[in-house]
Ligand binder design. Sequence first.
Ligand code: HEM
Length: 155
Amino acid sequence: MENNHFIIARTLHVIAVVLWIGGVAFVTTILIPAIRNSQSAENRLNLFEVLEGKFSFQAKLTTLVTGLSGFYMLHIMNTWSSMQWWVYLMIFIWSVFSVVLFLLEPLFLHKWFHRQAKINDERTFLVLQVMHIVLLSISLIAIFSGVAGVHGLFY
Ligand code: HEM
C-alpha cells in the first residue's frame, strides 16, 4: 500500500516538475527573447506582465505539489539523515523558487521590476533574461541528477 503511495507521489512530482520547469523554459527561451525584440518599450512591459502573470499561478501550484510530493517521498523512505547530494540540489532549487514566488515577488520584486523597466527597459529585460537562464540551468542540472540518481548512475 505504502509502495503505491510512493509511486503516486513520484508520478505527481514528475508531472509538477514538467509543468513548472517547462513553463520556466518557455519564459526563458521564447517569451523573454521575443519581448526583447518587440518594438515599443511600453508594449514590452505590458506584454511581459500579462503573460508572466498568467504563469504565476501555475508556477505557485506546481512548486507546492513538487515540494509536498518530494517531502512525502522522503518521509516514506525515511532517509532524512542520509540524503543523496542530488536531493539537496532539488531542495535548494525548490527553496530558491519558493522564496521568489511566495515572498520576494509579492513583497517587492514586482514593483522593483516595474520601476526599473520604466527607467531603463533594455537593461532590465537583459538582467531578467540572465536570471532566468541561471535558474533554468540549475533546474535542468537538478532534473538530470535526479533522474540519473534515482536510476543508479551515481552508485
Ligand atoms: C522540496 C523539494 C524536493 C524534494 C524534497 C524532492 C525529493 C525527491 C525524492 C525523494 C525523489 C525520489 C528519490 C528516489 O526515488 O530515490 C525525487 C525524484 C525526483 N525529483 Fe525531486 N524533490 C524536490 C524538488 C525537485 C525539483 C525542484 C526538481 C526539478 C527541478 C525535482 C526533480 C526530480 C526528478 C526529475 C526526480 C526523478 C524522478 C524519477 O526518475 O523517478 N525535484 N525528488
